[in-house]
Design a protein around this ligand. Structure first.
Ligand code: 8X3
Length: 250
């Protein structure tokens, strides 16, 4: 039987690449996002209404999520995999210089949106003994200057993933937290407020991970035998590693 994946934040980056990867393997996909033109273009590219279905809503709006899921046509209403990809970083400034509304937007999107989406489709996933793949970040594991609220939201995603695994014991539902490092995507343009120069500087000579690499990782996690659960998976480009601790001297 054809399987169906619901992928949030599918209008760019990891989400769009993941939709392409799963459709290439014969899955149907539900793609969600805020930008209707991009969603429609993606659905056409993926092969149209028989293969892909778009749901347009703001992930920060829990009622809109419920309404969107309730509106699914019967051929897309059984869900085998939820990929909670929608999320963003806003800014790299020190906490004392940050804008509170940017912090709230990250919390509302990366944590509250992800929690709401998970809760709304959880019964469907249990029915299918499905899987959840949550996109956390290396920022969940390693603090860095300017990571403040972004890193905290991703630590939430990681811990929420592990926590719901406990609750879902015996249901057959698998849960994975994927924690990517430096990846080249629109994510950085959003984070820098569209600063192309900062974007180019960040990636120059770094051979970063590409969205297709993360799509491949998600597909691998979802394709493992049903008795295997990858709890958390941190992925960096070879060029990225750790620095010494910072020491501020008088
Ligand atoms: C994205 C990776 O290094 O910007 O989550 O935190 S990083």
């Amino acid at each position: 039987m054809t399987k169906t994946a619901l992928i949030t934040g599918a209008t760019a980056g990891f989400g769009a690449a993941t939709a392409r990867r799963f459709v290439a393997e014969g899955w149907k996909v539900i793609v969600t996002g805020r930008r209707v033109e991009r969603l429609d273009a993606l659905v056409s590219e993926l092969g149209g209404a028989g293969v892909a279905h778009a749901l347009c809503f703001d992930i920060q709006d829990a009622d809109a999520i419920t309404k969107a899921i309730d509106s699914l046509p019967p051929e897309f209403s059984a869900i085998d995999l939820l990929v909670n990809n929608a999320g963003l970083a806003l800014g790299t400034s020190p906490a004392q210089e940050c804008n509170l509304s940017d912090w709230m937007t990250m919390i509302d999107t990366n944590t509250k949106g992800l929690v709401a989406m998970t809760r709304v489709v959880l019964d469907k996933l249990i029915e299918r003994k499905g899987a959840i793949v949550n996109l956390a970040s290396i920022a969940a594991n390693w603090p860095y200057p300017g990571g403040n609220v972004y890193g905290a939201t991703k630590a939430f995603v990681q811990q929420f993933s592990l926590g719901i695994r406990c609750d879902l014991a015996g249901t057959g539902v698998r849960v994975t937290s994927i924690e990517p490092g430096l990846c080249e995507s629109e994510f950085t343009l959003v984070r820098t407020g569209g600063n192309q120069e900062a974007y180019d500087k960040l990636y120059r000579g770094a051979d970063p991970i590409q969205p297709e690499d993360i799509a491949e990782t998600i597909f691998w996690v979802a394709s493992l035998p049903p008795h295997m659960n990858v709890n958390s998976l941190e992925v960096m480009p070879v060029s990225q590693s750790w620095s010494p601790f910072a020491i501020h001297r008088k």
